[in-house]
Design a protein around this ligand. Structure first.
Ligand SMILES: Cc1cc2nc3c(=O)[nH]c(=O)nc-3n(C[C@H](O)[C@H](O)[C@H](O)COP(=O)(O)O)c2cc1C
Length: 347
């Protein structure tokens, strides 16, 4: 499967920010491909490092308008020779720090091309098998903070994953929350399905699905209405399976403002932030990391959406927010840039 983007279809609406949206949307799609493969005995291998020009050519794309953004190789698990090892799915591109003047409307294509991998790149990167697990420790441990265990029974998707199939078909973004609280066990179930895929191997789901590089992404959660959980902002520690509290107040008004006045942000029970240290990420993968980070955040967003819909909760992504205000308001460390917001709530 080759996923491509037609830049103007998103840019007419979101202008330069469309570049993020395209990859966030692609991440949601990758989440569906990952999970739907489990119904069909395929194993999707994600490929982010490819020679852009060659792939665009094979697909006969008019590269002024459309380019390839991600590739998924589907291995047939019923064929023993296709039970492949897992490889790292991301390769680095160059990094550009000197820019010409870029005319309005041209940034998406420019940014995408600047992160191409070329067959004549001076340093041809090599593929490596993937380390498992990708992250072995949680990035933030705030001394003396309140810690809440998130260990919980996993969602049971039923015989032949029937409930998961139905949920994929049923999933829609919620347009309005009631503002009522949700239950703590509902939030924990959503976190479990999103971040602990290895809890689902006995349901025939992939214990370690391909992301580009999850070790670069962190999760912060603003809680406005969860029965049994104090309001405030928390860091989610996926390895320890804990919420670590960093702020102690109700943020509804601030969240309304941060989400550009969208009521979804104010009325949600939970507003979840995926973040990354961009400097560190660019040092590892060059400018191409912008693709990887947003696709991975979208992929997590899709798992989160599906768990929420299964539990009859409302859920919606939010791509429109004030980047420069989020950290100070919620106490998210300054090095962490917010990539994507997901909201959860009662409907
Ligand atoms: C990356 C992303 C960003 C989004 N941002 C917003 C947003 O800022 N505000 C909003 O109301 N909905 C937002 N949504 C929800 C979309 O409007 C919704 O997904 C789209 O209309 C398709 O509808 P569906 O999700 O019900 O299939 C976002 C969705 C995604 C995937």
């Amino acid at each position: 499967i080759a996923i491509t983007t037609i830049f103007y279809r998103s840019a007419w609406r979101y202008e330069d920010r469309a570049y993020r949206r395209i990859f966030l949307d692609t991440g949601h799609l990758l989440g569906n491909i990952e999970l739907a493969s489990a119904f069909t005995n395929y194993r999707p291998h994600l490929i982010g490092g490819f020679t852009d020009e060659a792939v665009n050519q094979i697909l006969y794309l008019d590269t002024q308008e459309e380019q390839a953004i991600a590739i998924v190789a589907l291995a047939d698990l019923l064929d023993i020779e296709q039970n492949l090892s897992q490889w790292e799915s991301a390769l680095p591109s160059g990094t550009q720090t000197d820019y010409p003047l870029i005319p309005d409307g041209e940034l998406l294509k420019y940014l995408h091309q600047a992160a191409h991998i070329n067959s004549n790149s001076p340093k041809v990167p090599t593929w490596k098998t993937r380390e498992t697990p990708e992250y072995s420790e949680d990035k933030y441990n705030f001394p003396f903070c309140t810690k809440i265990s998130t260990v919980t029974p996993s969602i049971s998707w039923g015989k032949d994953l029937r409930a998961l199939r139905k949920t994929i078909l049923k999933r829609r973004s919620t347009r309005e929350y009631t503002g009522e609280p949700i239950a703590l066990k509902e939030l924990l179930a959503v976190l479990d399905f999103t971040y602990q895929p290895h809890h689902y191997i006995n349901q025939d789901l992939d214990r370690n699905p391909d992301y580009f590089d999850l070790s670069l992404i962190e999760t912060f959660i603003a809680v406005s209405g969860v029965d049994g959980l104090e309001e405030g902002c928390y860091y989610y520690a996926p390895v320890a399976q804990e919420l670590r509290q960093i702020r102690f107040k109700n943020f509804r008004q601030e969240l309304h403002f941060l989400c550009l006045g969208q009521e979804l942000g104010r009325d949600a029970a939970v507003v979840l932030f995926h973040t990354a240290d961009l400097k560190k990420a660019v040092a590892k993968y060059g400018d191409r990391v912008y693709r990887y980070l947003h696709a991975d955040a979208g992929h997590l967003g899709q798992r989160l959406n599906l768990a929420a819909i299964y539990l009859d909760l409302g859920v919606s992504g939010i791509g429109g927010f004030f980047d420069d205000r989020v950290n100070e308001v919620l106490g998210i460390p300054v090095d962490e840039a917010v990539l994507y917001i997901s909201t959860l709530g009662a409907m």
